[in-house]
Design a protein around this ligand. Structure first.
Ligand SMILES: [Fe+2]
Length: 201
């Protein structure tokens, strides 16, 4: 069944701190492009000949190789839009304690997230590693799949691609990073902390 793009119009009108409607609408259009490509790949994979798969080139093989770009391009944008907020929510004591337990302090995580976003040309993720039971910073670069840590649960995704901020900030990326990180929707992020079992709820 075709996957439908989610509607994030509730972020318009200043509800995503520091991001204009023009910037957001362009980003929504780009996100829908990934959803469309994911549906196209899914449809083509269902019908693709599986009899001659090949490392160099084969229709089935290439569809499978490109599937993570459309899949992660879809899901990471949804996690990003879910994480955006207007600054009206604050992390709960439980979320702050979980973050402090992994990064030393909440402020140390904010500093690390800023440094990671300024280092990235792709995604900066806050992830939870089930093995170490620690939260980690994970940079995903070069499309949407390269560099993603194995066996982690993504708590929040932050888009560091230029298309996420260039209309509003041009080369002033640090101002975009500051705006996004200071406006996060902590209700949405906390729900994922509970989903991963990091905090009770
Ligand atoms: Fe993006």
């Amino acid at each position: 069944m075709a996957r439908e793009a989610k509607n994030y119009d509730h972020l318009l009108g200043g509800k995503a701190k520091g991001l204009s409607d023009t910037q957001l609408n362009a980003h929504f259009t780009l996100y829908k492009g990934y959803v469309n490509k994911l549906n196209e790949i899914t449809t083509k994979l269902a019908a693709a000949d599986r009899s001659t798969p090949n490392y160099s080139f084969n229709e089935y093989s290439e569809l499978r190789r490109r599937e993570p770009v459309a899949f992660n391009g879809t899901v990471l944008h949804e996690l990003y839009f879910d994480s955006l907020g207007d600054g009206s929510t604050a992390p709960s004591d439980a979320v702050k304690a979980a973050i402090a337990g992994s990064f030393g302090s909440f402020d140390a995580w904010v500093a690390d997230a800023k440094a990671a976003l300024m280092s990235a040309h792709g995604w900066t993720l806050l992830t939870f590693d089930y093995e170490s039971q620690k939260l980690l910073t994970n940079l995903v670069h070069s499309e949407h799949h390269a560099g993603l840590f194995a066996n982690v649960h993504i708590m929040a995704a932050f888009d560091a691609w230029e298309h996420a901020y260039f209309f509003d900030y041009q080369t002033g990326k640090a101002k975009y990073v500051e705006a996004v990180l200071s406006g996060l929707n902590w209700n949405s992020i906390e729900a994922r902390f509970k989903q991963a079992g990091i905090i009770k709820g």
